[in-house]
Design a protein around this ligand. Structure first.
Ligand code: NAD
Length: 495
């Protein structure tokens, strides 16, 4: 790092000690990284699917062999228990494997059907790499979240420039070094470190796409920054996910999923359970079960705690404000309360009967709190879930499969899980992303691969059509249009 380079510290959320120091990069350094990636992108794109696959498998193998080392770094820098860190690494490995294995099938040039007027054309569709993808990531899943873009962008033939969150640059650096070790030939993956200025510089650097994951407020800034250069973006933003518990649900299973979904990672999960709508017939029993499980939790700063400290100090005030607002409006705290919100740690808070216009229901809380509210039936649960401006995902618990499927199709979200929580994120073939305030665009699966490509259409004339059937020619036959019109009336006009 040059002596004049400004730096910033990454600190452990457990005790504030410095765990790493990184350059605060501005436009010049970011542009240089993008230039290097641009040169590497030609080489990487030209390798083709067969050429890239062994490199990606080598990266996968590094992740799998050194997962404990990476999990420890995540624990140090993000604060989560090591098993939770391991979980996000293992899921990332599965996504990388899937992306590398399926990229050719999904993206390779293929023949497509033609129409009546174009039956003499050989029509083909290819999905070509865009070039360089700028990936901007958050801190809450510092491995899984960026890998959702990085793995798919690389598999589609792009180079990447990654700007990790200023709260987890050490994990970001580990990932990029692992890619560089797996692909030593060319700098296909570059790291840029810093805060908002660095992210903004990446948006303005001339990359071919920005894959952004983070808050809605920053997502809006990214969209504005990218508007200047017409750089396309995917925005994976926040959520206010609901769980719908039907009268027939297996309450023990639902309570387990809700407790884990809400408190795991200290509630700092975009698809974390923040609202639960429970059929009134089972509301009391369900609430008791969740309360008992909540009281059993042991949050702390150990590697094996139920969950760790809050990673980003400013979020603590948001959580406190939501709990206070819920209670001021008549909500009841079944476990914990405003006093649960400490300086670094927040003990679990279980709220009920919280009015639907409270900030604890309308805004993303991103802390270890849940609101459990009773509803008349599954329909009302769907309506309340859909009343949110967010639309990331939702879960339904019921033994009535038809009712569950009906509710799932009505939910205005990107994904619905049934009798389980967030398992969609672990299925590499399923796309991930939301609507409304949760953003747009998709990572993961076939849609996630195509997100990092430019569809290229080609039409090649196989043979010339008889003049009598040709309309795209000034020398067309006077009767051509009439003949084609009659043919169309015969083929299309009879239904
Ligand atoms: P954030 O918006 O504060 O920061 C995200 C990234 O944007 C960071 O790297 C930051 O440095 C960068 N940034 C800040 N200002 C910028 C600017 N002007 N231009 C470009 N980049 C800029 O979010 P966070 O606190 O790191 O992450 C938490 C949020 O992320 C939550 O809202 C959570 O729900 C969301 N999230 C969403 C998903 C998803 O898949 N939908 C996954 C994980 C997290």
């Amino acid at each position: 790092m040059p002596e004049t380079q400004q730096t910033f510290d990454s600190r452990s959320p457990a005790d504030g000690r410095v765990v790493g120091t990184f350059p605060l990069m501005e436009a010049d350094a970011v542009n240089e990284a993008v230039d290097r990636a641009r040169i590497a992108s030609s080489w990487w794109g030209d390798l083709g699917f067969d050429g890239r696959r062994p490199y990606l498998m080598r990266f996968k193998s590094i992740l799998a062999r050194r997962s404990s080392e990476l999990a420890e770094l995540v624990h140090q820098e993000n604060g989560k228990p090591t098993d939770d860190a391991l979980l996000e690494i293992l899921l990332s490995i599965e996504h990388l494997h899937w992306a590398a294995k399926h990229a050719e099938r999904v993206l390779k040039r293929r023949k497509v059907g033609t129409g009546l007027l174009t039956m003499n054309q050989d029509a083909r569709l290819a999905y070509q790499p865009l070039g360089v993808i700028g990936v901007i990531g958050p801190w809450n899943y510092p491995v899984f979240t960026p890998m959702g873009s990085i793995a798919y962008a690389l598999a589609a033939g792009n180079a990447i420039v990654y700007k990790p969150s200023e709260y987890t640059p050490m994990v970001g650096e580990w990932l990029i070094k692992a890619i560089q070790e797996a692909i030593p030939d060319q700098p296909v993956a570059q790291l840029v470190t810093g805060a908002g200025v660095t992210g903004a510089a990446l948006c303005n650097s001339g990359v071919d796409k920005i894959a952004f994951t983070g808050s809605g407020a920053t997502g809006r800034k990214v969209l504005k920054e990218c508007a200047e250069t017409l750089t396309p973006v995917t925005l994976e933003l926040g959520g206010k996910d609901a769980v719908l518990v039907d009268a027939s649900a297996d309450l023990e299973k639902a309570a387990d999923a809700v407790t884990f979904g809400a408190y795991h990672n200290a509630g700092q999960t975009c698809a974390g359970v923040e609202r639960v709508y429970v059929h009134e017939a089972v509301y009391h029993e369900f609430l008791d079960r969740v309360a008992a499980k909540t009281r059993d939790l042991t949050p702390g700063t150990n590697r094996t705690s139920s969950y760790g400290p809050m990673t980003m100090p400013t979020q603590i005030d948001v959580v406190r404000r939501h709990v206070l607002d819920a209670m001021a409006r008549g909500g009841e705290a079944v476990v914990g309360g405003a006093e649960s919100v400490g300086d670094r740690m927040i003990s679990p808070v279980l709220l009920t009967n919280v009015p639907e216009d409270s900030s604890a229901i309308t805004e993303e809380t991103f802390g270890p709190t849940i609101v459990v509210n009773p509803v008349r039936d599954l329909d009302e649960a769907v309506d309340r879930s859909n009343a949110s401006s967010y639309g990331l995902s939702a879960a339904i618990f019921s033994k009535d499969r038809k009712a569950m499927e009906r509710a799932a199709s009505r939910l205005r979200v990107g994904a619905v899980t049934m009798n389980t929580w967030v398992m969609n994120a672990g299925v590499p073939a399923l796309p991930w992303g939301g609507s409304g305030d949760s953003g747009f665009g998709r990572i993961h699966g076939e849609d996630g691969l195509r997100e990092f490509t430019r569809p290229k259409a080609t039409a090649r004339e196989k043979y010339a059509l008889p003049v009598a059937l040709t309309l795209t020619n000034f020398q067309r036959h006077p009767k051509a249009a009439d003949l084609v019109r009659k043919t169309f009336a015969f083929v299309h006009g009879r239904s």
